[in-house]
Design a protein around this ligand. Structure first.
Ligand SMILES: *Cc1c(COP(=O)(O)O)cnc(C)c1O
Length: 427
């Protein structure tokens, strides 16, 4: 695509954008009377205007019915979570029975590790990415310790090579092959939260299975962002949160994927509660856990309906649009952001002076989603503060990284152009 750094070009792109009307379905934060350039959909997605009505429906039904709402509410609470199976399965490329919405992300990661990380004396290692999101690091560390092993020995971190920013795919595969029979589990973020690099989940899953390990992904930065085919890729398990690209509100409910072959295995060890018990006999309140033959078997508690209502509002929008259109626009939009940053480097900065912007996210669109991460060489937090002051909401990581994620549902090409103008005037 031949991009141009001009307002006419950006507006033309917006005019041709088949998703342009969706921006109007979201509340865009306003600073100093002006809509912000909101590039943190990878951190907390914006609120759909429909969310309040979805939550209100449940509040009204609670007021009207009390406990009877479990069966008589417009969306009965007893089966509230079931509404998500179909639309979420489409977003992550799964069978409806392979997904369930429950709890929060790190809680789910730990629950899934209980089933899929079963260390033995010979097979106890985990391959993960170096500098994984801290919550994931802590979870893995304690899973290993609870199994009686030493994290320094048991956790194999794959890091970028000297002088490189992102992981080489062959290095991930090599780490898996080298661990061989000692490898119990591969647990990687499908999209690295810092660099925005997308990993080849299909090949990683194949490599893990070849040495007899289970393979799972944390898709916090993948769900609603990139193409996922979890069932087809044969992934064992995955989990994600709903408040980033899925716009379901702060601390919103998480989702999990468990491959059909494991759903059918009722002998699999797991933590359990009444909501994972066979639906038909749940209210007989009898002894003896009988897990459902679906991802629902991992549910322990009854559904948090109020946060799930916010999730439903957002998921309904995804279901209406479909991932295909989102992916199509996402590639062009993040490509435009790259182009604008390159253009500023070329015309307004000078690498030899030490002041320049290094895009660390892979250029190849197969290896990235919405997010573009930049190291601002020669700049400090001042630059970021200036951007924020002028209405750009992005994310700063010490010492000099800026993460930005224009998203196809509510960001426009004009957002990206205007961001470029603000950046240009502050470097
Ligand atoms: C955002 C994020 C989390 C956050 O975990 P919560 O349990 O939702 O607080 C964890 N892991 C990754 C990879 C993330 O990106």
């Amino acid at each position: 695509m031949n991009f141009q750094n001009s307002i006419t070009f950006a507006q033309q792109m917006d005019k041709q954008d088949e998703l342009r009307s969706y921006r109007n379905k979201f509340h865009i934060p306003v600073i100093n009377g002006k809509e912000t350039i909101y590039f943190t959909g990878n951190s907390l997605g914006l609120q759909p205007k429909s969310t309040a009505a979805y939550i209100n429906q449940e509040l009204e039904d609670w007021a009207k019915w009390g406990v009877e709402g479990h069966f008589h509410a417009k969306n009965p609470w007893f089966s509230y979570h079931e509404q998500f199976a179909k639309p979420i399965s489409k977003i992550v490329g799964a069978l409806p029975k392979e997904v369930v919405v429950m709890n929060n992300l790190t809680v789910n990661l730990n629950l899934l590790m209980v089933s899929f990380y079963r260390p033995t004396k010979e097979r106890y290692k985990i391959v993960c990415e170096a500098k994984a999101f801290p919550s994931d690091q802590y979870a893995l560390e304690m899973q290993v310790r609870s199994g009686g092993f030493n994290p320094d020995d048991a956790i194999i971190e794959v890091a970028p090579r000297e002088g490189e920013r992102t992981l080489r795919h062959e290095d991930i595969i090599a780490a898996i092959e080298n661990a061989g029979n000692s490898l119990a589990c591969v647990m990687i973020g499908g999209v690295n939260y810092f660099t925005g690099q997308v990993f080849d989940m299909k090949a990683i899953t194949e490599a893990g299975h070849k040495v007899g390990a289970n393979v799972g992904f944390d898709l916090a930065h993948g769900v609603g962002n990139i193409e996922l085919k979890l069932h087809e890729w044969n992934v064992d398990f995955a989990c994600w949160c709903s408040y980033k690209y899925l716009n379901s509100g702060p601390g919103g409910v998480s989702g999990v994927f468990i491959h059909e072959r494991h759903c059918n295995n009722t002998d699999l060890p797991r933590f359990a509660g009444w909501w994972g018990h066979d639906k038909e006999t749940r209210f007989l309140m009898e002894k003896g856990f009988q897990p459902m033959k679906s991802a629902e078997a991992w549910q322990m508690s009854n559904a948090p309906v109020l946060t799930m209502a916010a999730h439903k509002a957002a998921v309904d929008i995804f279901d209406e649009v479909g991932m295909e259109k989102l992916l199509k626009k996402q590639k062009v939009l993040s490509g435009y952001l790259e182009f604008i940053i390159d253009d500023i480097n070329e015309k307004h900065l000078d690498k030899s002076s030490g002041k320049w912007l290094e895009i660390i996210t892979p250029r190849n669109w197969k290896e990235r989603g919405c997010q573009v991460s930049v190291i601002a060489h020669g700049f400090g937090k001042d630059l970021f503060n200036q951007l924020t002051k002028k209405g750009v909401i992005s994310d700063w990581r010490e010492p000099n990284a800026i993460r930005m994620a224009p998203v196809p549902l509510y960001n426009s090409f004009e957002d990206v152009y205007r961001f470029g103008e603000i950046l240009k005037n502050n470097v």
